[in-house]
Design a binder for this molecule. Structure first.
Ligand code: RAM
Length: 360
């Protein structure tokens, strides 16, 4: 077994060279050792729930994009948790939600810097896998939060709420607003985003229920979590489908841009808009009648939970296997579910009656 000091000295090398070269240069580690150490949820070794929480760790947060207020709030939650546990928090990441190669470079840099854990919201389920597996081989624990990778490319996924629940409830919210009748469109984020794509699959499945027989999904558009592109996509949807009854946008950037467009157009209040947004982004649009109801979880709590999961993994208290539990401070105790997934809890629906109770 490699010692942690060897692990440390090999980490930088492994991050910049091929694996084969790295293990040769570090000596004494055979391919099968490496295989055993690969950090998937299923093969990450034994957990010791009573192990003390390590202090002085470094946890790197890598959101889909750094200039997105949703991630600013989420990562502040991560910072709160990591610092409260006596460790160091850092945040790096691309400014565009479609810069997958940028995310890969950040993973490699964090590995070179020998952080103890990475918490990442993946822009793409597969693109980060090689880099993340390399990180795990170097002893870095990997948590995905908000948007997952493939299961074997991380130890734990901290999910905002059940994906099925989120997908179905967004359709239920919009269908109610359009009286279960008319054409609808989806305005999503990046075409590769794991989280949005999973919700959209459940939206399509929900629409198969006979109660939606008069609701027709005419298009899925992609605004790439970019305000301008999302605004233009909304405009384009209305031009292409002038009879559109509603839009569901499962992204905080998309729904805000769509609300902005509808609010300044003749469609305000006529074309319904729902999906996932933050109360602060949508407050004025709820008050001026553009948006009736939408939903979200608390992003700060999502980040906080990801911070706790990162430290619990790096402390050896959990490895990512189903049934393991860990303490998440004020959030309480969480249990890891199937495929290494931890659910934060239920989303909240916001409307004119409760929106002023929330400030995020
Ligand atoms: C955007 C991002 C994020 C998603 C939220 C709802 O900020 O796409 O991944 O979870 O919207």
């Amino acid at each position: 077994m490699r010692t942690s000091s060897i692990r440390r000295s090999c980490a930088a090398l492994a991050a910049v060279t091929s694996l084969a070269l790295a293990v040769t240069a570090c000596g004494g580690t055979t391919k099968s050792d490496v295989k055993k150490e690969s950090g998937s949820a299923a093969s990450a070794g034994k957990a010791d729930p009573d192990a003390p929480t390590k202090k002085g760790l470094t946890v790197g947060f890598l959101p889909k994009q750094v200039n997105n207020p949703y991630f600013t709030t989420a990562d502040k939650g991560g910072q709160k948790a990591v610092e409260a546990l006596g460790s160091t928090f850092k945040e790096v990441g691309p400014t565009s939600a479609t810069d997958t190669s940028g995310q890969v470079s950040y993973v490699n840099t964090l590995t070179q810097q020998q952080v103890d854990a990475i918490a990442v919201s993946a822009q793409d389920p597969g693109a980060l896998c090689t880099a993340l597996k390399q990180a795990m081989r170097n002893g870095v624990k990997v948590v995905t939060y908000d948007s997952d990778t493939k299961t074997d490319c991380r130890n734990v996924f901290v999910s905002q709420a059940g994906a099925e629940d989120l997908g179905r409830t967004q359709i239920q919210l919009l269908a109610e607003q359009i009286g279960y009748k008319g054409e609808i469109a989806i305005l999503s984020a990046a075409q590769t985003a794991t989280n949005q794509n999973l919700w959209i699959d459940y939206m399509k499945d929900e629409l198969k229920d006979p109660k939606y027989k008069d609701v027709k999904l005419v298009k899925v558009a992609y605004g790439n979590d970019d305000a301008q592109q999302s605004f233009q996509q909304t405009q384009g949807l209305l031009q292409e489908y002038p009879k559109l009854a509603g839009i569901v946008s499962p992204t905080t950037v998309g729904i805000k841009a769509a609300a902005q467009y509808l609010s300044g157009s003749k469609y305000r209040g006529k074309v319904k808009l729902s999906g996932l947004g933050t109360p602060n982004d949508l407050r004025s649009y709820v008050k001026n009648g553009t948006v009736e109801a939408f939903e979200l979880w608390d992003p700060a709590k999502l980040g906080e939970l990801a911070g706790h999961a990162s430290v619990a993994l790096a402390s050896g208290q959990i490895t990512g296997e189903e049934g393991q539990t860990f303490e998440a401070g004020e959030l309480g105790t969480y249990t890891i579910g199937k495929d290494g997934v931890v659910d934060l809890g239920k989303p909240t629906v916001f409307d004119k009656d409760n929106i002023d109770d929330f400030d995020f």
